[in-house]
Design a protein around this ligand. Sequence first.
Ligand code: IFM
Length: 459
Amino acid sequence: MMSFQDDFTWGVATSSFQIEGATRTDGRGPSIWDTFCATPGKVANGDNGDIACDHYNMFDEDIRIMQEMGVQSYRFSLAWPRMFPNGDAVREERGFDFYNRLIDALLEAGIKPLATLYHWDLPQPLQDKGGWANREIVGAFKDYVTACAEAFGDRVIDWVTINEPWCVSWLGYMNGVHAPGVKSLDDAIAAAHHTALAHAEAVRAIRAVQPLARAGASLNMTNYVILNPEDAEVVEAAALMDSHVNRWWIEAQLTGHYPQNLVEEYGERLARVFLPGDEALLKIDAELLGVNYYNDSFLASPRINDVSLLAKGLFPFNQRVNDTPPAPHTDMGWPITPDGIYNLLMRIHRDYPTVGEIAITENGAAFDDGPDANGIVNDARRVEYFKSHIYNVLRAVSEGSALRSYYAWSLLDNFEWAEGYDKRFGLVHVDFETLKRTPKESAKTYAAIIATNGAMVAS
Ligand code: IFM
């Protein structure tokens, strides 16, 4: 009989910029995403985060919805520019007050907070100094994290340091589809190194304040499925992609080194930013590893040109390489590959047995179902997505994976970055005109999964 441990934690996840709104309220400073949204052509429909789901003012209702679903933990992110509007040491107490109110309300509702320290809303003044491409960010992040641990650490035990540092570095500084919209291989490699350093420093900073805290990064991870394994070039491309997306941050924290094939590929560009002593700084025995899984990635011959483009400094890889993806897809165009979450968890179990406790910190799907004439949101495809993925999570747990918690992405339909409000990931439908929340059928299914501790997907 497969079953989850009795203390398995079921959660939902969100992030500050995607739901809070209130971007000019109570002294919040501008973030890189405010700037990016205000730049014509960067975000679908010219959407921005000014109102989003107005969670800043409606969090009580959102907590009530979570309570009704039986959610045990809420993963949210702290907006750095709400608490330090200039990205320096000057505090905005109203920002701290907001998160104090949120955390207190969660605890009162019996919901454990999991706080992400960085989910992409960098204070704009820090970007003006180079952002994640400037090594000074490591110290700035450490100071910010220390302030958060001091302010909230009496109530928040579990922390995510940085969400998806791959996206921060490569979507933000190389292909420019995310804020700050920079397109520079040098900057992207620097950011990839600085996020790894900042993660390790953040874990140390939290520990210095809160010895019993548990912290880890949330990494977007995938399986590279090679469609024509007889082609040596494709196999090499897959190995590079695997190092680039899956191995970089995990191996940095476990060993102080980056994967050798990328060290060679990046050459001088990496050597320039990797300073003496960095190996020791990168190494950190984190308590948690957050894994964000959405889909597998498929590689076939035509993509092989990417390898030579990489060598020429034109690294074009997207997050998900889907040459011949199997149907069906979500609205993001991502293939639905439920056994991939099992394969990934077992790969982590096999290759990184010392990485600590694992949390699926994001898993979910975009589908645009809205309320029918009776106000019911029948998102059958999302229901099936969650059931099939959680079934595969259960298989991995039953075979020894150190996974102890699962967070569905996302509680609410929200601002999906460059896609604006077009792509809906929520268990709860949000009418962006009225801000009315309507739990979808998937929210009811997830509530039933939680109520049975996963037993309802066991067969
Ligand atoms: O919405 C994002 C989230 O902010 C980071 N992980 C992927 C999600 C879906 O694209």
